[in-house]
Design a protein around this ligand. Structure first.
Ligand code: 15L
Length: 273
């Protein structure tokens, strides 16, 4: 019997931006296994090219470099940009100008799908006693979260106006293991990150879809029901780490905004002026 899944499970050429970053380094070999050629880009050192890799450093804010970067690629996994709360001018260049340059280049070259690393910080000012889904209004918790909300709006616009599909991944906390109590709810294992990205690349019809990036954690604040069409099925859970994490900090400080809001410490980072 042939697979009912019409999308390619193997790609000719994929582009991975932010390939030298924390999650970029995790995804680089895993994406390479799914395509003939993986083009990898970053402003930071990319090391040497593995077989089937093309290294193409580019600054996101450099429109011409971004135009060249997207030439000949089938789909993009866009992790590039500033990934924490930082002075606005840094965020403006990498995340806002950079996202615009990426989408414009995708339009020019007819790239059909982008997987955009958004962030849970788009909704970081919801409280930890609320369960939300991606249809609820955004409540960014800083300039970083605002820039990711801009990226999601850009993705929606390029779908509505130019037919470029995007899956915006509101990634939680993707680390080897949860580091604190908050991450028991927000943790995304590396294997589930890979499952999520592959689902986003291969789901047959996505338009502009938004999905929270978390593992199958026992406690969570994010309901992915609106993204069920992606077929993302997390396999890991933060539960095995709970006892050790809770023992590290037995008492929760209820006066600390980081313990009240979903965005954690991001809600009280900055301003930087
Ligand atoms: C993010 O968006 C950051 O990129 C990452 O470094 C983590 O801090 C994560 O959110 C989080 O919320 O834990």
């Amino acid at each position: 019997m042939t697979s009912p899944h019409p999308s390619p499970l193997r790609f000719r050429r994929l582009l991975l931006t932010g390939a030298a970053g924390g999650l970029g380094r995790v995804l680089r070999p895993r994406l390479k296994a799914r395509c003939d050629v993986l083009r990898v880009s970053d402003v930071a050192e990319l090391g040497t090219a593995a077989p089937g890799e093309e290294l193409q450093p580019a600054r996101l804010e450099d429109r011409a470099a971004m135009r060249a970067l997207l030439e000949g690629v089938e789909a993009v996994v866009h992790l590039g940009g500033v990934s924490t709360e930082q002075p606005f001018d840094l965020i403006l260049q990498a995340n806002i100008v950079g996202a615009f340059n990426l989408y414009e280049a995708a339009r020019v070259h007819g790239v059909k799908r982008i997987v955009f690393a958004s962030s849970n910080h788009v909704t970081g000012f919801y409280r930890q006693d609320e369960v939300i889904d991606a249809r609820m209004p955004v409540r960014p918790d800083g300039h970083y979260g605002l820039s990711k909300a801009y990226g999601e709006n850009l993705a929606q616009f390029y779908w509505d106006r130019h037919g470029i599909e995007t899956v915006s991944l509101r990634i939680g906390s993707s680390f080897p293991e949860p580091k604190d109590r908050r991450m028991l709810a927000t943790w995304l294992s590396y294997d589930d990150l890979e499952r999520l990205v592959i689902a986003a690349l291969t789901a047959p019809v996505v338009g502009h879809s938004i999905v929270y990036g978390l593992s199958a954690n026992a406690t969570s604040w994010w309901d992915n029901t609106p993204a069920r069409h992606l077929g993302y099925a997390p396999q890991d859970s933060s539960e095995p780490f709970r006892a050790a994490v809770e023992a590290k900090r037995p008492v929760v400080d209820r006066d600390d905004p980081a313990a009240i809001y979903q965005g954690g410490a991001f809600v009280r980072t900055g301003p930087f002026e």
